[in-house]
Design a protein around this ligand. Structure first.
Ligand code: ADP
Length: 297
């Protein structure tokens, strides 16, 4: 699978520019779309799942043009929106059976078998007779992913994947997605939480104010921040100064003061050393540093 986005623009009514001349290619595998709130992620997701049309520009999925072959592209899609909700009266298996029917699975016996298998895969088989509305937050999210996967989609789009999940459920959810990221499938995770994408994504893009700020692998983004992350041993007074001057990533109490991680080109006058950046450091570095310069340019 291959998605190509060319010169994509979306202007909402009132002149609000949500996407600005976006160019991006998404190959097979897990793809992280990262950016702060308002960056344009949901707008891009809604365009990709054919719920909304762009103002201009082109999207192609393999040989299909999104503007002309909506039906073909829809049949390849599985979508888990951020605010996924259930009909109040349906049991867990009834809900999944209903979505399978909507996805075009007409053969009753085959559909029921697929529903049972999917409930097993997401760990909801035991809960199949429970009212879908009464499931826990994590279980609802798993039922959401089950409905997105039931029709064997080639492109899976998940908006804000860990919203409302506790840490253990986050790991389960991530593992579930990794197991289905086979050779010819694209999984797009759209999120403002760096931790959602760090360990799992093969490729990623950073969106800011509707523009593409970075596209590449998480390792490449991390490499960009190399030499710009510091661990400073600071006294209480220094800490207050540092907090004013630099983006602080973390603070740990230490003997006689604080160990402060900051993103900066240099730390003139403070006692500290450079440390290896991780994705969170790189994200902050990019947002604080590069994008400020870039917005001014
Ligand atoms: P994200 O998902 O990254 O938080 P969105 O795609 O929701 O970003 O929003 C991008 C920009 O478009 C924001 O400035 C937002 O306020 C604006 N926007 C989103 N939806 C609409 C809408 N229906 N009408 C007008 N502006 C919108």
């Amino acid at each position: 699978m291959h998605i190509k986005i060319e010169n994509l623009n979306k202007i909402y009514k009132g002149g609000n520019y949500a996407l600005k001349n976006l160019n991006l290619e998404i190959p097979n595998g897990m793809f992280g779309l990262l950016g702060p709130n308002g960056a344009g992620k949901s707008t891009l997701m809604r365009i990709l799942v054919t719920l909304m049309k762009p103002s201009s520009g082109k999207v192609t999925v393999n040989e299909y043009d999104l503007a002309k072959n909506r039906r073909e592209i829809r049949s390849m899609l599985g979508y888990l929106p951020q605010d996924f909700s259930f009909f109040s009266k349906l049991k867990t298996y009834e809900f999944l059976d209903y979505t399978a029917r909507l996805a075009g699975m007409k053969n009753g016996a085959a559909r029921r078998a697929a529903v049972d298998q999917m409930l097993e895969e997401v760990g909801l088989f035991e809960a199949r007779d429970r009212n879908a509305n009464k499931l826990s937050g994590g279980m609802k999210r798993r039922l959401g992913i089950a409905q997105a996967l039931i029709n064997d989609p080639k492109i899976i789009i998940v908006d804000e994947p860990t919203t409302g999940l506790d840490p253990e459920e986050r790991i389960r959810f991530r593992n579930l997605l990794s197991t289905i990221s086979s050779k010819d499938v694209i999984i797009i995770l759209s999120t403002h939480i760096v931790g959602d994408i760090s360990s799992t994504c093969d490729n990623m893009a950073l969106l800011n104010q509707g523009k593409l700020a970075f596209a590449g692998s998480p390792e490449e983004l991390i490499r960009e921040a190399k030499g710009n992350v510091w661990l400073i041993n600071a006294t209480e007074t220094e800490y207050l100064e540092i907090n004013e001057k630099y983006p602080v990533i973390s603070t740990i109490p230490s003997e006689g003061g604080w160990e402060v991680q900051v993103v900066a080109d240099e730390i003139n006058g403070y006692y500290g050393k450079q440390i290896e950046p991780n994705l969170e450091h790189a994200y902050v570095y990019f947002m604080e540093n590069k994008l400020n310069q870039w917005t001014k340019a």
